[in-house]
Design a protein. Sequence first.
Length: 254
Amino acid sequence: MKIRLLALSLGTICHLSFGAAVVMMAISLFGAMQINPVSLPVLPALAINLLLVIQFPVIHSALLKPSGRALLGRLFPGEIGKHLVTTTFVIAASTQLVLLFALWAHIGSFEWRPPQPFLGAWTVVYVASWILLAIAMTNAGLGTQLGFLGWRAVYRGEAPVYKTFPQHGLYRVCRHPVYFAMALVSVSGPVWNVDHVIIAVVFVTYCVVGPRVKERRLRATFGASFEAHMREIPFFPTPRSCWRALTSRDRASA
């Protein structure tokens, strides 16, 4: 009974923190990182912001490594901690994003926004980027992406079942659609200032570097099958890969 209560409690924390992170990130990037009303001098604000924006890729990458997953697995005793890794990872990542956007200190007064009707069109692109991210996460496996794979398995008294690397949906177009969509989200907010530039540069850099580190783990885990997948599917989408995925789907449905 205690274990099931623990699983439900962590599941609630996991999904609430994930929802809060998504809402705060969406509002902040749309409004050029001005969600925090506190005003600071430029140098202290810059120092705080650099610390906030760097902690996400550094800690996020560290927790994705085997040593990081082992650390998360030791948060709770025995096999329970290992089974809860997807849940505790999402809690950690969501908390990082909440802190990043809630504590961000706005820098300077410069701001640029596209005039109408371009503002509306740019906003449509921003919303479409979030929709693309949601589709990519669904293709990647919502159990892992949202963290319910872990807590649900513990609640049921089972071990979580991890799937192989996905090869359907957007993964037929590129190897890392979640990272690609995240990069689009970070640059498609319509209002630009120094804050948005910092976020965009760091997030796009991470969305390029992070998958390369991930691929080393995938090659070590899946070997020749992932090597063949790398030769067939490009890193990020190309016109050729989009057309090939579209036409192959049409042929399959014919």
